[in-house]
Design a protein around this ligand. Structure first.
Ligand SMILES: [Zn+2]
Length: 215
């Protein structure tokens, strides 16, 4: 059965609200660089540094630009990458493995980095493979927790592409685990989000997991 491909505005509206709800706000403000600079000066003062010493003079502006880059996904609608699809009768698994990403843990504002494996079973429509990587990238560039990152990517693909199954597995090392607190470098956190037949059909689920885990 061929589903209607793409450009269904009601579907897009739904995903937009889903995306926004996941961040707890509806319209992110544009990045206020001077406010970040002021805040960074405040932190430097608070830890006992002198923000006016030579080595730190440009640090507040540099950090402000870095945050603007790391959180650029707050101002983007990742669903737009999936808006253009191509009708295709292929209804077997599509898997893109090892999509590298960097995100920021929202609890410590420290980076976590790793890979995402994204799989879906098309129902009449396929998307460009690079678009899956763009979605991961943009959802990652927000204050995040890995669990929500995984679920948001799965929900976007399921809703935008109308796929009959979606599997997203994310493996990442969190610097808030490796450089502070329990200090366990090398530990990796794995999360998964399964939708449709990749959740309910045991054979399909086993197939996708074995392909993801294949070394
Ligand atoms: Zn953390």
């Amino acid at each position: 059965m061929i589903a209607a491909c793409s450009e269904d505005s009601s579907v897009h509206a739904h995903v937009t609200s889903l995306h926004d709800a996941s961040n707890g706000n509806t319209r992110p403000k544009p990045v206020d660089l001077p406010a970040i600079e002021t805040a960074v000066r405040t932190i430097l003062n608070a830890v006992g540094e002198n923000p006016d010493r030579q080595g730190l003079l440009d640090t507040p502006a540099r950090v402000a630009r870095m945050y603007a880059e790391m959180f650029a996904g707050l101002h983007a609608q990742p669903s737009r990458h999936l808006a253009v699809t191509f009708p295709e009768v292929y209804d077997e698994l599509v898997l893109v493995r090892d999509i590298q990403f960097t995100s920021m843990c929202e609890h410590h504002l420290l980076p976590f980095t790793g890979v995402a494996h994204v799989a879906y079973i098309p129902k009449g429509c396929v998307t460009g493979l690079s678009k899956l990587a763009r979605v991961v990238d943009e959802v990652a560039r927000r204050p995040q927790v890995q669990e929500r990152l995984t679920q948001t990517v799965a929900d976007l693909i399921e809703t935008e592409l109308g796929s009959s199954g979606v599997a997203v597995v994310v493996e990442a090392e969190h610097s808030c685990m490796s450089i502070r607190g329990v200090k366990k470098p090398g530990s990796r956190t794995i999360t998964s989000a399964l939708r449709g037949v990749l959740k309910t059909n045991q054979a399909s689920r086993a197939e996708v997991m074995s392909l993801i885990n294949r070394s």
